[in-house]
Design a protein around this ligand. Sequence first.
Ligand code: SAH
Length: 355
Amino acid sequence: MDIVETFIRSGRLTREGYAELLAASRNREAAKSLQREAVRLQKATYGNRVYVRGLIEFTNYCKNNCYYCGIRKGNRKASRCRLDREEILACCERGYALGLRTFVLQGGEDPWYTDERMADLIQAVKERWPDCALTLSVGERSRESYRLFREAGADRYLLRQETADESHYGKLHPPEMSPERRKQCLWELKELGFQAGAGFLVGSPGQTDWELAADLLFLQELRPQMAGIGPFIPHRDTPFAGEKAGSVDMTLRLISILRILLPDVLLPATTALGTLHPQGREMGILAGANVLMPVLTPPGIREKYELYEHKSSSKDEAGRLGELAERVEKIGYRLAAGRGDHREIRGDIRKSADR
Ligand code: SAH
């Protein structure tokens, strides 16, 4: 039996197995088999529904210096700004009116947003929109801070491990950042009852199949409720300015592999994928993804939240959900109303039906 078949049957492999699978997936037929199985599982679990999240990029201040990221501390050219509590609430208000029922608050690691300010913000959002899910994506904090955020009412947390391979991690991050702490954060978030989202960059400089295999193995162990992956895209004002972008095809193959590995995972077709190819996100859905995250960030800060170059920032996508719905319908899917929780927690905390 070949490696693709073994993986499709068992949904799990060793690190060596994943490296072999990735190499094998470069064959067209193998990639097709993976895609077919991924779509079968996607439809069996979530039907043809695609969930939408309103992404609010609320601060581009960051104390970290990740070599790939456009809002790294060392980028003196980045013009810094943040939204305050009222501005964020206004974004949610608009998002709610547009029909969104999940808000994702994403930002750099901004010390101005202390635990107290975060908790206050979380409470305010959950009080005003109790029927909405709130997702945080504000990087590494202490277990105590995460507990506070959870108690304040946050439902989900996105924190990509970026790469699970220790030596590769060291090539993408300065020495003061540790891959162990990053992974530990994810375990803590899960333990605290967050729906947790992990994930990694595809095609970061120097990345090999062996390193990607570590990411797949890590996700197999962690079993996160969400997984976010996207191609690396260079940014001119970073140490990786001259590096090549990750590949769309490899990202699509990995989306299919993730769907088979974690059949009911919530898996976005990311903005980065849509940046490298005009149909990137549709292709992502057709490879097994089931989430879209239109940007709700108001103009003014939207174009300053530049993680990588050409990040589509000119369009008000959340304001044109109709267009997004049409694009999804063209490929046989439909945008779903509701919070779009992971299956494990559906029914527990939700009363309104998620159709
Ligand atoms: N500070 C938060 C949010 C980071 S931004 C955190 O640490 O989780 C969200 C994601 O954008 C990152 O996890 C990273 O995977 C991705 N990203 C950053 N720079 C990128 C680049 N140059 N190309 C593609 N994706 C990038």
